[in-house]
Design a protein around this ligand. Sequence first.
Ligand SMILES: *Cc1c(COP(=O)(O)O)cnc(C)c1O
Length: 413
Amino acid sequence: MNYDYSALSHLDCSRCGTQLDAGRLQGTCECGAPLLARYDLGRAAELAGPDEFSSRPPCLWRYHELLPVTRPENVVSLGEGMTPLIPMPRLGREIGLPGLLMKDEGVLPTATFKARGAAVGVSRAAELGAAGVAMPTNGNAGAAWAAFCARAGLPLLVAMPADAPAITRSECVAAGAETYVVDGLIGDAGRMLAPVVRERAGWLDVSTLREPYRLEGKKTIGLEIAEQLGWRVPDVILCPSGGGVGLIGIWKALQELAKLGWIESKVPRLVAVQAAGCAPIVAAFERDEPTTSAWPDARTAAFGLTVPAPLGGFLVLEAVRATGGCAIAVTDAELLVAQALTARLEGAWICPEGAACIAAASQLHESGWLGAGDEVVVLNTGAGLKYPETVTADLPVLPLDSPIPAPDPAVVS
Ligand SMILES: *Cc1c(COP(=O)(O)O)cnc(C)c1O
């Protein structure tokens, strides 16, 4: 293949190395493992470089040579990408990490980083002629795919657990997706969809890592962090991990950038952050195992992390180990405290999944794994606005003309 817009060359199996044609719709490898998009990096470097990227519009498509969509007219975009990388000095001082930075994905369309995977996944599925796409979701992915599918005119079938954040159900319905709510977890929803997808001609299963291009969208987080730091990498990146696409994507970006010679050979230590109520990656990391085992009775307020059996768990473990990183779980109580602290000290109402990273960073500083001199990037994967139930605001309604009471010294500080 030889395109001017994308340097996409082929697909590689992430486990057995089998090569597959990237020019047609593909799911997973026959061995069951996820497929990875590969690029002709020499060709990419001929077509563009750091200077070109910086002069392009501020969205993730500025990296189109390293993305799989082969014709610009097939890009389905809502302006996603180039989210701010914000210094967090007050919060950083509080938790002993003055060099703390937060990449805020809450400003993306549909208010989570799922928009990146959806933009690229939907664009490529439509470019390759899919008749429709189907996915189980913990809510945010369905909401994002619903928005981009609506814009692409591509039919979407989603199934989500009844406990998924209610707003995501409304988002799917608003965008016209065929939406089902199931009495179970994301894996149960996936099992219910599988036979339907097989019956519908030309439909594609776009479950997490069951098609290769959602990962390419998430990869742009890593490209942006490098660009925003002046083509340099931080010491550590913490990423909340459920299916693991975010963390695997960042790792893939760093590898491609290093091969291109656009960043130094140093890699940041990657940290997979999970919730104590569903931590299969942390359990495998601690037991030194190469892959995850299914987590029983998964439950956490960080709903996007409720993935008891991630297909790409072995890839997250590889990324964490290869970069000298680690995997760590925090409790719901800890992440909710971190969420409140971030809002009070920095004005950022972040999602519970992002807050898990703040709690984890604080604990890793206490244990000495992170030092005060480390440049640490945490990924806030979504807006707190999507989880209104995480903050209680039971305030009395004052009768008109009644005096405003004196401030409660326990609350005002
Ligand atoms: C899906 C999701 C995650 C987990 O992302 P993975 O890429 O599946 O690991 C984290 N935070 C939020 C808000 C999510 O929606």
